[in-house]
Design a protein around this ligand. Structure first.
Ligand code: FES
Length: 127
């Protein structure tokens, strides 16, 4: 069902695991399959220095998380918000149609983590 590229990334995913010193953490879930993705970001000087993920989901979700976290490293949070799941799918050289929603999970978890970071920064600045 998956192409070679997806299997390659899924078999050797990058950025797997919890990040204890993350300053932005976001979770996204898919109600239809019950899978969950958590993204951790370390943002300094308005740049995403590091990104990692934990995914309890299918191969497409894990491959998408790996690609998406690689893509956003080195970007500003604002630029990272523009990373689309369609770009992730392109890098993966395509996903089966019924698996496209798995790549959306990566986009949503990244957005949630960036929003978490922004909220933390706002409450810091009010202190
Ligand atoms: Fe649930 Fe892929 S089937 S994330």
């Amino acid at each position: 069902m998956y192409n070679k590229k997806v299997i390659e990334v899924f078999s050797n995913p990058k950025n797997v695991g919890e990040m204890p010193d993350a300053n932005g953490v976001g979770t996204a879930g898919n109600a239809s399959c019950g899978d969950i993705m958590k993204v951790y970001l370390k943002i300094e000087d308005d740049i995403i220095k590091d990104a990692s993920f934990e995914t309890f989901g299918c191969a497409a979700a894990i491959a998408s998380s790996s690609v998406a976290t690689e893509m956003i490293k080195g970007l500003s949070p604002e630029k990272a918000l523009n990373v689309k799941n369609s770009e992730v799918v392109e890098i993966l050289e395509g996903l089966p149609p019924q698996k496209i929603h798995c790549s959306v999970l990566a986009e949503e978890a990244i957005h949630a983590a960036i929003n978490d970071y922004k909220m933390k920064m706002e409450s810091e600045s009010k202190k």
